[in-house]
Ligand binder design. Structure first.
Ligand SMILES: [Zn+2]
Ligand SMILES: [Zn+2]
Length: 206
């Protein structure tokens, strides 16, 4: 699997470019900002970008969506509970940022769906809490956790639609059931593993 992590925008959002070595098809997760950097990296990796997946609709994860969508023609996918906020936020200044109005999504995701990139399959896990339609993407031994789980941290729950109880429930029932050696690539900050978070994340200790 091809995997490239880019840190973009003023809130240092992790944008991931994931690709299949055999088919050279690619997927962009959370094009938060700096469209030209994302597009250049995708090109350098030799990938044909087929889909853009949003772990959720917060502005710091979708700031470059319009430009990346227009440049690639890729399908935009977001959880069905998040699609409305994507449009509503277009006129707001959540987190003090503004951004070009994104196109409407092409595909609405639900828990259990599969995002396929060539021979690679990623299972959509609905993990509400940070926002209502947050998702994580689970591949073979790897999970993209968006703003649900961070390296020794969890997503904030004080933004509209956030719920601490839901977030903890999502983490416990969807993520902490995964094997210790599952690599975790979050929406902000360094990568980690499920095992490291299980044993050391201060929010998960009882
Ligand atoms: Zn967020
Ligand atoms: Zn974020």
């Amino acid at each position: 699997m091809i995997l490239k992590q880019l840190v973009v925008g003023p809130l240092a959002t992790n944008c991931y470019i994931v690709g299949s070595e055999s088919s050279k098809e690619g997927m962009i997760i959370d094009p938060g900002d700096e469209a030209e950097v994302i597009l250049r990296n995708a090109k350098d990796l030799g990938l044909e970008i087929r889909s853009i997946v949003l772990t959720h609709g917060h502005i710091d994860h979708i700031g470059a969506l319009k430009e990346v969508k227009e440049a690639t023609g890729a399908e935009v996918a977001i959880h069905t509970d998040e699609a409305k906020s994507l449009q509503r936020q277009s006129s707001s200044t959540l987190l003090g940022l503004s951004y070009p109005i994104p196109p409407p999504p092409d595909r609405l995701l639900k828990d259990g769906d599969s995002m396929d990139i060539g021979d690679r399959h990623f299972l959509v896990l609905h993990t509400p809490g940070h926002s209502p339609g947050c998702i994580c993407l689970l591949g073979e031994g790897i999970i993209f956790s968006g703003d649900t789980l961070f390296n020794y941290g969890i997503g904030r729950t004080d933004l509209p639609g956030g719920s601490y109880d839901q977030l903890m429930n999502s983490i416990q029932t969807k993520l902490m059931i995964l094997p210790d050696n599952t690599a975790v690539y979050p929406g902000h900050g360094p990568d980690t593993t499920i095992g490291a978070e299980r044993s050391g994340n201060p929010f998960l200790q009882t």
